[in-house]
Design a binder for this molecule. Sequence first.
Ligand SMILES: Cc1ncc(COP(=O)(O)O)c(C=O)c1O
Length: 380
Amino acid sequence: MHLRADGYSPNTMRDPEKLEAETWLVSGGRPEAAGEPLNAPLVAASTFRYGADRGYSRNEGSPTWESLETVVGGLEGGDATAFSSGMAAVAAAIELVPSGGEVVYPDDCYQGVATLLQRGAEQGRWTIRKLAAEDTAGWLAAIDSAAMLWLESPSNPLLAIGDVAGICEAARDSDTLVAVDNTFATPLNQRPLERGADVVLHSATKYIGGHSDLLCGLAVTRSDAHTGQIRLSRVLQGATPGTMEVFLATRGIRTLAVRLRTAEANALELAKRLQAHPAVVATRYPGLIDHPGHELAVRQLDGFGSMISFDLVDGDAADRLCRRVQLIEHATSLGGVETTIERRAVISGQEHLPAGLLRMSVGIESVEDLWSDLEQAIRS
Ligand SMILES: Cc1ncc(COP(=O)(O)O)c(C=O)c1O
């Protein structure tokens, strides 16, 4: 431990349980000894000299990965394992399902996860069943039969709110695993492990990285047994994160709180204006008072996030808007500092969505500039 001249020890303060999340985001996961850099350096190493705990990074990790894992694990209240992408973390979590077990998942969730589950079911690895995110009674009843409940709330792209807190608490002492994709909420708005979930997933590609310049994922677990299984998946399947990507994700997460709070204030304002616009057929944002999940969102989230989906009259109108935005980027993905928009029904597996549905990830630009851009694109 290094002491400052005045005897104050920073190490006793660097405890996620004693700090507000905003502080931990900035100060967690840093080297602490005198003379070390403030930021965990980019350690480009596959192998380490024998004689200490770390031999090979795929097996024992790397100091660069550990920095990000410490920050995210501290925020979520568990042990984080970094992966090469969100999907790699998802795949490792689904490996926790015993052979032939049933996985129950929401009828609206990230398309990649739905496809992975459907493919595994076709291969006979597990069975699957879909439930509406809002069907709390159905989810509670599924605790008796399912091997894993897969939750995603707010959901992608319909922004449905499931009773994450209630379902996790009910399943806490059961043998049923509960996995929560927390990518949209981020650990600042929702911490499912505290409620009893077993594993929390993040696509760090999105809000954690925050700049649309990397792919990375994390699985965060509450029990040593699950952490051991998730780490073994990383060792054996080799979906290890890139050192540069993790370095950038750690740099990104330092500003998560300011980025998210600015983006969600923008999102609330844009959602209200979209809802009042005569050309907009539907607006989905959990912060809107008449969103069907609003009351639940108020109870279980610390913020409504910065994802909005809204519908124009048809696919042509939505395509035209995507071509006409000038500041807002017509691009997929989400969670970056820049606002992005895309029509989702054109994506394979998402054809069931309303043809005119646009998913918008609101960034941190001036809300007035964003509105001017949206309005001119809708009008024209
Ligand atoms: C909610 C959600 N979970 C998981 C993923 C997968 O993450 P990645 O693209 O980093 O593999 C995505 C990607 O869009 C997502 O939106």
